[in-house]
Design a protein around this ligand. Structure first.
Ligand SMILES: [Mg+2]
Length: 382
């Protein structure tokens, strides 16, 4: 990698990071985008540990993002958010991000861990499925087009005593409120698939009921049956939230479920995980970036499969997690270029040993300044 070599020659990561501060946007963005032509590059931002910590912007992220719009708030540089997080529909997440960051974010600019679940609608559109996780997992799936979806909260509430610890938990409302009027006859209708949409809240209940569903072929309390498909939106072992050290993520939940299931069931757990670092996530991001239409009044996206003009020739991934963001960009290969920030999971002085980024920076603003400066310089040479 060219920039890794440059860093070694220049004497180390810290020096390189300091030198980035001089890339403060001194040159106008208009130099990049004359005559409303689309730039030849796009940017993918991780959210947790790069843009936000909890709900608090970090690394001057609002200022950095504003540099990608013109004075009137029209998008000039194609970018999207590429996160393994989720739990709310993309439209709602876009509104939240717009409010927190002060820019106009479209639903099409938000790719969450569970976004690829849309592609499974054809297989399970009219089948009973269960959606697990914080936030609004059933709403997410319903918005994608799944017609018979129950949240784990609702599904578990249909079974008396399925969770023997329920009376000891702080919020038993969900467990008792809907039990009287089930929408489906879960004693005879099998769950055809389970989707872990976002980080599970009640691990003990969710592991218990998932084991019930998975080992009985979708009918808890009944005889052993064929395991229905199980999907995870992501497989992050840890992620950076508001607390000072990393928190256990969906990958940790998957390990717990898998360990237990494999002890109580003769066949090993079968599952599929989505999210970064899988290369298809980056391919999908590339397709979306190629379809984003800057300079339009409402920052439209063209319909699937129709790229606008020339494909983007440089794609930048800005992330904080070497095993997720950087590994993913490396695997995706050309034209992806990776930035590792020091505002989240990664805090090292040097580059990450196992998954070294093309460039290490202190903050997302440093990365954006670097990109804009580099692209302006290269556009002048043409
Ligand atoms: Mg992150």
């Amino acid at each position: 990698m060219r920039f890794r070599s440059i860093l070694r020659v220049s004497g180390g990561r810290t020096k390189s990071a300091f030198s980035l501060s001089r890339f403060e946007a001194k040159r106008p963005l208009s130099q990049l985008c004359t005559n409303h032509e689309r730039p030849s590059f796009g940017i993918a931002f991780d959210i947790d540990g790069v843009i936000l910590r909890g709900r608090k912007p970090i690394g001057n992220s609002p200022q950095a993002l504003r540099k990608l719009y013109d004075e009137s708030g029209t998008l000039k540089i194609p970018f999207l958010f590429l996160t393994n997080g989720g739990g709310v529909p993309e439209s709602k997440r876009a509104s939240e991000l717009s409010e927190l960051l002060g820019v106009n974010v479209l639903p099409s600019q938000v790719v969450q861990g569970h976004s690829p679940f849309k592609k499974l609608v054809k297989s399970f559109e009219n089948e009973l499925i269960v959606a697990i996780g914080k936030g609004e997992p059933a709403n997410v799936m319903a918005e994608y087009g799944f017609k018979k979806v129950l949240s784990m909260d609702e599904y578990a509430s249909y079974f008396d005593n399925i969770d023997p610890l329920a009376p000891y938990k702080m919020s038993p409302n969900d467990i008792t409120s809907t039990a009287s009027s089930p929408r489906y006859d879960v004693s005879s209708e099998r769950v055809q698939a389970a989707f872990v949409v976002s980080d599970p809240v009640d691990w003990s209940r969710d592991i218990q009921v998932l084991c019930d569903i998975l080992r009985t072929g979708g009918l808890p309390g009944k005889e052993i049956g064929h395991q229905p498909p199980l999907y995870f939106a992501a497989d992050d072992l840890e992620y950076q939230a508001a607390f000072s050290s990393e928190r256990l993520g969906m990958g940790a939940f998957r390990i717990a479920l898998e360990s237990i299931f494999n002890r109580i069931h003769p066949d090993a757990l079968q599952y599929t995980s989505f999210g970064k670092p899988h290369p298809f996530v980056f391919k999908n991001a590339e397709n979306i970036l190629n379809q984003l239409q800057p300079f339009s009044r409402d920052n439209q996206v063209v319909k699937d499969g129709d790229a606008i003009g020339h494909p983007l020739t440089s794609l930048y991934m800005i992330g904080d997690n070497p095993a997720v963001d950087i590994k993913g960009a490396q695997q995706a290969g050309h034209p992806w270029f990776s930035f590792l920030t020091r505002t989240g999971v990664f805090r090292g002085n040097e580059n990450h040993e196992k998954y070294p980024a093309d460039l290490v920076v202190d903050t997302v603003e440093d990365a954006v300044n670097y990109i804009l400066d580099k692209e302006i310089t290269s556009s002048r040479k043409i």
